[in-house]
Write a protein that binds this ligand. Structure first.
Ligand SMILES: [Zn+2]
Length: 308
């Protein structure tokens, strides 16, 4: 009797294993294309670490050949709303993945200065507007943990000291002396973005970028595209005060069209305005999609070339 029970149990186990193998092998028959489509969620990468060893993350959406990069929080907790805007944009992409045209890849670096964010928010990782203390003073959290203004640490007219309004700020001991700036440099050189948008606050405008050689024509175009759709005024040059070593200037010097979007205050997210600006950029960089008929002709041509 006992032996019979054991045999029945063994048979059930074998049947179970058989079923598992059957379903696994059936799954592996799924065409490659279907698997790729199913995996199109964001790809999270840690690009490097801040001075205090916090992750600097990137999130990549879709897989087109035109690469748009959006960066929040270079000025840390002082401009925490630029980080929340980036997070909200990421949420939007998760729920509306089809908003990104086929030929475009979107990458978001939501928080380039996580130590500066931590100084104000007091929380690791992702946060929302409700985590922001009411009694924060305005200046802390702008710099990194070495008290360097990261947006003065890039290789465009770099000087050891620079200005932030009427204040003298440290720009580091040399261009890219700060790990956060170096992380962005290495990422950009490897990834070669087609265009870049930085989110800051609080001048309520879209700025072009330049270093020694003036503004790239493409920068003017995307500044106007974003400004028109979002409603922020377009400003060709930032001349409120003299700066040096800004990230946008360095990017202009290596030929990457870059714009700076300044939110109107230090507290508002202005999501709808920015989403309109982003969608306009998508439209600007979108390639006309080709019809199925054209695809078939293309494929035929390819195989003909291959045969000959
Ligand atoms: Zn800023």
């Amino acid at each position: 009797m006992r032996t019979r029970q054991i045999i029945v149990v063994i048979l059930f186990v074998l049947l179970g294993i058989g079923l598992i193998i059957f379903f696994i092998s059936r799954d592996s028959d799924t065409p490659q294309e279907a698997i790729e489509t199913a995996n199109l969620g964001p790809e999270r990468k840690v690009l490097g670490l801040s001075v205090e060893k916090r992750d600097i993350e990137s999130y990549r959406y879709s897989n087109g050949e035109t690469r748009l990069l959006f960066i929040g929080g270079i000025h840390g907790g002082y401009e925490w709303n630029s980080v929340v805007l980036a997070y909200q944009f990421m949420d939007y992409l998760e729920t509306n993945p089809t908003v990104v045209p086929e030929n475009i890849t979107v990458t978001v670096i939501p928080s380039l200065n996580p130590d500066g964010v931590y100084k104000v928010i007091g929380k690791e990782g992702r946060f929302t507007s409700t985590d922001v203390p009411k009694d924060k003073s305005s200046a802390p959290g702008r710099f990194n943990a070495n008290t360097v203004d990261l947006n003065r640490n890039f290789d465009c007219k770099w000087q050891p000291e620079s200005k932030w309004r009427d204040n003298i700020v440290s720009a580091g001991i040399k261009p890219f002396s700060e790990p956060e700036a170096l992380v962005l440099k290495n990422f950009v050189l490897e990834y070669k973005p087609t265009a870049i948008v930085f989110w800051h606050s609080q001048s309520g405008a879209v700025y072009a970028s330049k270093c020694e050689d003036g503004i790239l024509p493409e920068t003017i175009n995307i500044m106007n595209v974003y400004a028109r759709a979002s409603g922020y005024p377009a400003v060709e040059s930032f001349d409120a005060y003299q700066t040096s070593g800004d990230a946008e200037g360095w990017l202009a010097s290596i030929g990457i069209p870059t714009i700076t979007v300044e939110l109107k205050t230090h507290e508002t997210i202005e999501f709808e305005e920015n989403l309109a600006g982003i969608k306009a950029l998508f439209e600007y960089y979108k390639q006309p999609s080709i019809s199925n008929e054209e695809k078939i002709i293309l494929n035929k041509n390819k195989s003909l070339t291959f045969v000959s």
